[in-house]
Write a protein that binds this ligand. Structure first.
Ligand SMILES: Nc1ncnc2c1ncn2[C@@H]1O[C@H](COP(=O)(O)OP(=O)(O)OP(=O)(O)O)[C@@H](O)[C@H]1O
Ligand SMILES: [Mg+2]
Length: 609
């Protein structure tokens, strides 16, 4: 309800806000110029030339009519002059057509190039911000608003340039009107100004409406997505969710529709009223021109020139005004786009220390506390331990104990709320972040199944090696992904996922083998595997770990797993419970002295008997 209220609050006439939004235009135009200076310049030139043609056409038309009247009334007919004028008019018309086509061609070429560039900018920007930002709904709203208007920005381009063109047209025609009859200017303004005010007023409301509904639109998109795609289809069918989803979609979009309808109706009602006033003044002007011709103040040619000019001026000015509101409306969205791409990733520490060439001591965790930005309770409530260089560490604990969170802190996706992590005695925040993260080979619990080729799915672990088949095959050997490559019809080039033609869906375990290969793609000194084998069969899991242990000699590693057959192979095991370390030690030590570990282990062992 509060939303509806705020929209009507904002719908007050707000020319100032519109004008303010225009501040972004110089930057916008500069960006487009940079996209392709040659095209841009030629576009502007053709627009300026085209802007001069309406005046020229009308003027030549006037000369032709005056000449005709002259010839009709004279006894000796000399038509040469007339034919020259007609020829000139024809030439102007052909020229106008060509140049307008050129303008719209360069418009669309420039627009395409610019839209590619902004999409790339948005993708890059989204990659640049912190993971913690990505999990924030406000950020998503901003992203959505930036993304949504890509096509709008292209329209904005031709609108802005078209506006400049029309200003030239209008100035040239106004000069003609002033020359003949300055009063016409007053009538002209009277005929279009009310409509303009109306446009500005409503364009603001429609922007506010659409902005106010960003979150709902995001939900609508999401519902549309889960309602119809291969990933969710199984559950939607089996749980019979389609009417649940479509009802929800309908309800939500209907209330948006209602708000929008209210606005559209009001816009049109007022629009009709103002158009009526406009038409009256227009006919006032017409009457004035006719009267002056009849009493002989101006010639018939002047009459056609003036009524033609007036008519064109009216349509041009109207289109300029409505274009003005469209421009400022798009500029409001442009604001959102710039707000998004200008936001800075918060850099709390800029020391950018060099990383150790080789890890000597390892990691130390000092009284680590952590709470997710929008959460109420702490996930980690004071965790202290260490991982020695070259040690193989396992994290265990119940679901939600905070194992994956601890990994995210090590990887610096989040900052601890208190306490710190040291690498070789130095707070990890003091190292260059990108280089620090480069040290890790990681497979996440919720790894991504890219609907790309098998080769690309492995190479994403270190995309620079995408063409290095040897490296890719070596990594797949270590992770057992080699078996998958040998199984699928097209080997490494096999497209995965169902989105594209000839794509192949893999089993859960096959995907996991491929994801595991990513961790091996670079020769990282620290390996982190968050439940890398949960979907593997018993034989494959055993084998994967044998290889892991053998291949990571001397490397520091962390494994998270719920399977004790895996966990027991680690040098030391850390048991997390309720945000604290409940036990830490080797498998044997923990079996002897640690209750939680012993209980969990025996529970699982019993299950296998
Ligand atoms: N992005 C997030 N934002 C807010 N809370 C989160 C986020 N991710 C996880 N949590 C919460 O933090 C707690 C710890 O989650 P975490 O993923 O670290 O558990 P885990 O030990 O890895 O569990 P599992 O064995 O199920 O993988 C959970 O209570 C979860 O609800
Ligand atoms: Mg987890």
């Amino acid at each position: 309800m509060s939303q509806l209220k705020s929209i009507s609050d904002q719908s007050q006439f707000s020319l100032r806000k519109n004008l303010q939004a225009l501040n972004q235009l110089p930057r916008f135009i500069k960006e487009i110029y940079k996209v392709n200076p040659l095209l841009f310049t030629s576009n502007v030139t053709s627009r300026v030339l085209s802007a001069l043609t309406p005046f020229a056409t009308l003027w030549v038309g006037k000369l032709i009519i005056d000449e005709i009247v002259l010839q009709v009334n004279s006894s000796t007919k000399t038509l040469d002059h007339l034919w020259i004028l007609v020829g000139v008019e024809l030439a102007i018309i052909i020229f106008t057509d060509l140049i307008n086509r050129w303008t719209s061609l360069t418009d669309s070429l420039l627009g395409d190039q610019y839209s590619i560039q902004t999409s790339v900018t948005i993708i890059n920007k989204a990659a640049e911000v912190d993971i913690s930002d990505l999990e924030n709904s406000e950020f998503y709203d901003k992203l959505e608003r930036a993304r949504q208007q890509t096509s709008g920005r292209v329209g904005l381009l031709s609108n802005v340039l078209g506006q400049i063109q029309d200003i030239i047209v209008v100035l040239s025609l106004v000069a003609g009107l002033i020359y003949f009859s300055p009063w016409l200017i007053v009538l002209l303004l009277l005929s279009i100004f009310p409509g303009f005010v109306n446009e500005v007023k409503f364009s603001n409301s429609s922007y506010s409406l659409s902005r106010g509904w960003t979150a709902e639109r995001r939900e609508l998109d999401y519902l549309r997505y889960i309602g119809a795609n291969d990933k969710t289809a199984k559950e939607i069918k089996l749980f019979n969710l389609s009417s649940f989803i479509s009802d929800r979609f309908q309800k939500l979009s209907y209330s948006y529709y209602l708000e929008n309808r209210k606005l559209s109706i009001r816009r049109n009602l007022f629009g009709a009223l103002y158009a009526f006033i406009g038409t009256l003044s227009y006919y006032g002007a017409y009457v004035l021109i006719i009267y002056r011709t009849v009493i002989g103040l101006i010639s018939i040619g002047d009459l056609t020139f003036l009524s033609g000019s007036f008519n064109r001026l009216k349509t041009r000015l109207e289109s300029m005004f409505s274009r003005f509101t469209r421009i400022s409306e798009s500029a409001l969205y442009l604001n959102d786009y710039y707000e998004f791409i200008d936001q800075k990733a918060i850099q709390k520490n800029n020391e950018n220390l060099e990383l150790p060439k080789k890890i000597k001591e390892g990691f130390v965790f000092e009284d680590l506390h952590f709470k997710y930005p929008e959460a109420e309770t702490e996930v980690l409530k004071g965790v202290s331990f260490n991982i020695k260089a070259g040690e193989k560490m396992a994290f265990v604990g119940e679901n939600g104990a905070g194992k994956s969170t601890l990994i995210k802190l090590i990887l610096r996706f989040y900052e601890p709320t208190a306490g710190r992590i040291l690498l070789d005695g130095i707070d990890i925040r003091r190292y260059d972040k990108a280089k620090y993260q480069e040290m890790f080979g990681v497979i996440f619990q919720d790894f991504v199944k890219y609907e790309l080729s098998l080769r690309e799915n492995i190479a994403v672990g270190k995309i620079a090696y995408i063409d290095d088949e040897k490296k890719i095959l070596a990594a797949s050997d270590m992770s057992l992904a080699k078996e998958v490559i040998d199984d699928v019809p097209e080997g490494l080039s096999q497209k995965l996922g169902k989105r594209f033609a000839k794509g192949l869906e893999l089993s859960g375990g096959q995907w996991q083998k491929i994801a595991l290969a990513r961790a091996y793609m670079k020769d990282a000194p620290v390996l982190i595997l968050d439940e890398p084998t949960s979907a593997l069969d018993a034989r494959a899991e055993y084998e994967a770990f044998q290889r892991f242990i053998g291949l990571t000699e001397g490397k520091t590693s962390i494994i998270i797993s719920h399977r004790f057959s895996t966990v027991r192979m680690a040098d030391r095991i850390l048991v997390l419970k309720n945000g604290l370390i409940s036990e830490i030690g080797t498998h044997e030590e923990l079996l002897q002295n640690a209750d939680t570990y012993k209980e969990l282990f025996e529970l699982q062992a019993a299950g296998y008997q």
